[in-house]
Each structure stands twice: as C-alpha cells, then as structure tokens.
Design a protein around this ligand. Structure first.
Ligand code: PLP
Length: 383
C-alpha cells in the first residue's frame, strides 16, 4: 500500500528520525530500572513543553484515554462538574462525567467563536459550586481556540479545578500550564508532536493529586485510574506494561519540537493560511479564536467534499480531511500542525486545494498558494 502525503489535523507526518526510534532494541520496561529513568526523563521534556513543575504522566493509549482518565479519577458520585462546551470535543466531556457518576452542568457557548469569558463570568456569579470544569484548548473539528489563559484563572477564583484538553495544540501553540493554573492539562502524541498514535500525557497539580488520592469512594476503573500511578518512580512499578517503542519515538519527537521556535512557526503559517483563504473569497468557519494548528474552511456552495478529496489525492497524492459530526462534508480542515506545519508543505497543499476547488467548480478571487507564499516570506519563511 502506498502512503499518501497526510495533511490532516492529526495524525500528522512522522519524521524518519522519530519513526526509526521505534525500531530501537527493546528492553523489558517493567523490569529494567533504566527504563524508569528514561520515562522520567521524557516526562521532564513534557514538563518543559507544558511549562509546568507539576507531575507529568504518560499513559498507554490515544488522546481519548487521557480525557477519560482525568474524569474517571476526579469524579465521585454526585460531584457537580462544569462542562464548558463550544464544540464537539467540549460537548463530549459530558458523557465522561456522567459515566463516572458526576452531575454535568453544561455551559454552552457559540460553536463558531471562542468561549465568551464575560458570559462565563456572569454564569459563575450565579452558580460556582463545581468540583472541576472541563474545557478544550483547541476545538479541532472547527478550528477554534479558547482563551484558556483567562478561563482557568477565573475558575480558580471560585476554587474550581480545570481539566484542559490540549490534545490538538500541545506542541503547536503556547501552553502555560502553571501560569494559567491548569490542574490537568492533556496532550496526545499524534497531533502537533508528530509522534506515532498511541500515547497520551497529562500534568497533575497539587490540587488534582489531592482530590485523586483523597477520594472518599474508590475509583470506578483500573486502566483509567490515575491513582494507580502513585509512587511509580519510588516503587519502580507501572500499573501496566508501557509501550516502550512509542515512548522512544515520543522522546525523539519532543527533541525535535523543543529545538525550534514552534509557537512562532505555527503562528506565522496559520496566519498566512487564513490570509490566503480570505483573499480568495473563502469563509473560515471560526469567527474568533483562530487556532494556530488547524483551520476549518467552509466548502463553497455546491462543492462536494468527496469529489474535492479525490482530486487532491489522485492528482497530488495528498490526503485531506473534512471534519466530524455536524461539520462533516461542510468544511475542509487544514492541519498545519507539527511536522506538517512548514511553508513548503502548506504551499504544496494550497496548490492542490486551489486546483481542486477550481476543478470542482468553485470560483476563487485570487490564487491560494501565491498569497500564502507572499505572507510567509514577509516573516522570513520560505516555501
Ligand atoms: C485528536 C483529539 C483528541 C483525541 O481523539 P481522537 O480519537 O484522536 O480523535 C481529543 N481531543 C481533541 C481536541 C483532539 O483534537
């Protein structure tokens, strides 16, 4: 099977150096004390990435495991949890909260805009009796980024802990876990870090650890129970065998991410992508809170996504994606995250998109790739 050039918002392209790290000779990660040192070292790199002094854990599962583990470990029967919802992933937290016996109270905010902090403020003035709140840093299906820097400190004013799903922008955008007072920040390997799919990681604040260790009732689960990791380093014990090959790859991917100015690169590329789309007369789905890692562009009237996707794949060898749920076939998403986020890759993608849109009958005011190139060159990047 030949592999197309994957330009979707995760999983992203994996550099050879990272892929080859998976082929390293393997030890027994349960028994070998050196693996515990290695794991700890990788957690240290994640702390640097997440700008936190909090404990960080790497779990053996895809991003969803992290979200569920956070809710599973924090929630006790009858706990009130605030679910901040302005997108598909935000809404999804309600199920996790309920599954573990919590009472989910949903604060709904417009799906095309970042969470309105003033509205949240008014809401909290009337009701703030929550153990924790869940929110999404970047809503990948719609390309909206939420002001976590304002929301989490606001929650803290009421003593509400926060669980932040940062899966699709950790490693691609600013994340100041400690400064923003995030109790549990969650990431995944296959998005901006461009490591293979299969790992999730999270940071745990003092307050989060206290809530997890000090529960009155047992955690309803084992695989999702973060308390099972207590004293893993001291006891040289993990609750299950760690996927060592994936952690080798993650280590290399973190070195690559931490060696450059990834925030700047993502910002310049994302802004140029949005500029090019707008100049061509296309509509960006988000109206505010633009993500630096993914852009959802509304498909022009009469354009069928499957047709467009076929042309881009057949003529350019690039795999493009639409979105999830209500947005499927309504938008096309450009994943300018991780290894995908270079001038060269985006130029290539926009060339294909420009061609595909015209071929399927869309009328563009200007050429996508030319405007993109002009914009990034202004910032010292090349295609
Ligand atoms: C990718 C992603 C996850 C993990 O879910 P998938 O199964 O990979 O789709 C969780 N949250 C967000 C915001 C994501 O983008």
């Amino acid at each position: 099977m030949s592999v197309p050039f994957v330009l979707t918002p995760g999983p992203t392209y994996i550099n050879n150096e990272v892929r080859e790290a998976m082929g390293r000779e393997l030890t027994n990660p349960d028994i070998d004390p050196e693996f515990y040192e290695f794991y700890k070292n990788v957690c240290g790199k994640l702390q640097k990435l997440m700008k936190t002094e909090n404990e960080v854990l790497i779990l053996a599962g895809e991003g969803i495991l992290g979200l569920e583990a956070a809710c599973c470990s924090l929630t006790e029967e009858g706990d009130r949890v605030l679910v901040i919802d302005n997108g598909i992933f935000g809404a999804g937290f309600e199920d996790f909260v309920k599954l573990y016996g919590g009472e989910a109270v949903v604060f709904k905010s417009d799906y095309r805009n970042e969470v309105n902090v003033d509205e949240l403020k008014s809401f909290l003035e009337n009701d703030h009796d929550f153990k924790y709140a869940t929110l999404v840093h970047c809503e990948t299906p719609s390309g909206t980024k939420n002001p976590v820097d304002k929301i989490c400190p606001l929650l803290k004013e009421y003593g509400i802990m926060s669980v932040v799903d940062s899966v699709s922008d950790m490693g691609g955008d600013e994340l100041k876990t400690d400064e923003w007072q995030i109790d549990i920040a969650l990431g995944g390997s296959q998005k901006c870090l461009s490591a293979p799919v299969g790992l999730t990681f999270l940071s745990l604040s003092e307050a989060a650890l206290k809530a997890i260790y000090g529960r009155k009732t047992p955690v309803r689960g084992f695989y999702c129970n973060l308390a099972a990791f207590k004293d893993w380093y001291k006891n040289k014990w993990f609750p299950y065998t760690m996927p060592i090959h994936l952690i080798y790859a993650l280590d290399k991917a973190l070195d690559r991410t931490l060696s450059g100015d990834f925030v700047k690169r993502h910002k310049v590329i994302a802004e140029a992508v949005r500029y090019a789309l707008r100049e061509a007369g296309l509509e960006i789905y988000a109206k505010s809170g633009f993500s630096n890692t993914v852009t959802a562009v509304v498909l022009p009237e009469g354009i069928k996504f499957s047709e467009l996707q076929n042309i881009i794949l057949k003529d350019f060898g690039i795999l493009a994606s639409s979105s999830l749920g209500y947005l499927n076939n309504r938008v096309l998403r450009i994943g300018h995250m991780g290894e995908n986020c270079t001038g060269e890759n985006m130029y290539r993608f926009l060339t294909a998109l420009n061609y595909g849109l015209e071929k399927t009958g869309a009328r563009l005011k200007t050429n996508l790739q030319d405007n993109f190139r002009k914009e990034i060159e202004k910032n010292g990047f090349t295609v």
